[in-house]
Design a protein around this ligand. Structure first.
Ligand SMILES: [Zn+2]
Length: 359
């Protein structure tokens, strides 16, 4: 097999160097074999991470067939996302693992919710007494992550409310950790967060209800936040749709939307990791990781930090290496430094996935 060669400024260490790709892996030692140069100059990143998307879910409904799922993963790849964390899918999307031209996929199995307390037919629905047992099942079905719905509208109360008692969360998240899995929780409002954070939640999805005290607690607990700002932009529509029947809920959703940028920036300022997720598959299409990067920059997080969190730091968080000696060769080359020039991310020069040039 011919080796591939590239030269550029490697991030995050900012060193201009030669690198080779041999058998799908990166090396900084010149191999004995001939090498084809695929890129010279530019800035090299290990690709982006969409840390919250749904393969097999589309705005129009479920996508049970592999062909449709492949199309979604290719859209994500086209935007520069070479690693995806699926935050819960109603269909079997394991087939994506078998295609080496698709982004790496880390799956969370199915959403775990309660009857009448989430989007219909999306998650598995159990009562609190069965949450631990369901977590065990979803740990077995996923790739090291479990997804719990932490809050949703309680139609009797007319507002967002936690789905699970705190002691149940503690038992369920503790059980996932015992089994070596991490837990992500959907949470819009404030009230479900204390219980989730006290239970050691690993990943707070959306997190619009993070008050300063809760941010401090999340930092202490080692929780990360994946806000999905481009999907939080749908909160005003959600509020409008529910306003006639659930005015308190509508007011709450509008308030969460209004403070969302400021809250996410506060979480970042306090040292809580803020990763990039699009929530593709719900009300948004796939392939929007760059839009979420722009939204996070727009929220006031420094661009260099957003790029780091969206790329090598998110990979490390999910257990994948960056551009290290011997690492799987997943990389994108840009003409200019995307930490300073955001237009760069829309103009990739070269994309390599698992050592193969794909663009
Ligand atoms: Zn989601």
């Amino acid at each position: 097999m011919t080796a591939l060669h590239l030269r550029g400024v490697f991030l995050p260490d900012e060193t201009e160097r030669d690198a080779w790709i041999v058998d799908g892996r990166l090396t900084f030692t010149r191999p004995s074999a001939e090498a084809d140069t695929i890129s010279s100059g530019g800035w090299v990143l290990p690709g982006f991470v969409d840390a919250h998307c749904h393969i097999g879910l589309a705005p129009a409904g479920h996508v049970p067939d592999l062909a449709g799922q492949v199309e979604q993963a290719l859209m994500d790849r086209g935007a520069g996302a070479l690693l995806l964390r699926d935050a819960g899918s109603p269909v079997d999307n394991r087939g994506v693992h078998d295609r080496d031209d698709l982004p790496r996929l880390i799956r969370a199995g199915r959403h775990i919710a309660r009857p009448k307390r989430y989007i219909r037919e999306l998650g598995v629905e159990v009562e609190p007494a069965d949450l631990v047992a369901e977590v065990e099942k979803q740990v077995a079905a996923g790739d090291g992550w479990v997804k719990i719905v932490g809050d949703w509208i309680d139609r009797d109360a007319g507002d967002l409310a936690p789905l699970w008692p705190d002691d149940v969360l503690k038992a369920a998240i503790g059980r996932a950790h015992e089994l070596g899995a991490r837990v992500a929780a959907h949470v819009f409002g404030e009230d479900a967060l204390p219980g989730l954070i006290a239970a050691g939640i690993d990943s707070i999805e959306h997190g619009t209800g993070l008050t300063d005290d809760l941010i401090a607690a999340a930092k202490q607990a080692g929780s990360a936040v994946v806000p999905t700002l481009i999907n939080i932009d749908n909160f005003p529509q959600i509020a409008l749709a529910g306003a006639a029947k659930f005015p308190t809920y509508a007011t709450h959703m509008r308030a969460l939307f209004a403070s969302s940028r400021e809250r996410i920036r506060a979480a970042w300022e306090a040292g809580v990791p803020v990763y990039t997720g699009t929530d593709a598959g719900g009300s948004l299409p796939h392939g929007l990781v760059r839009d979420e990067i722009r939204a996070l920059v727009g929220a006031g997080i420094p661009q260099a930090e957003v790029i780091a969190q969206a790329s090598w730091r998110a990979r490390a968080w999910l257990g994948l290496s960056g551009l290290d000696e011997g690492a799987p060769a997943d990389l994108i080359v840009y003409d200019t430094d995307p930490r300073r020039d955001l237009t760069a991310i829309f103009l990739p020069r070269r994309t390599v996935l698992r050592g193969r040039v794909i663009g």
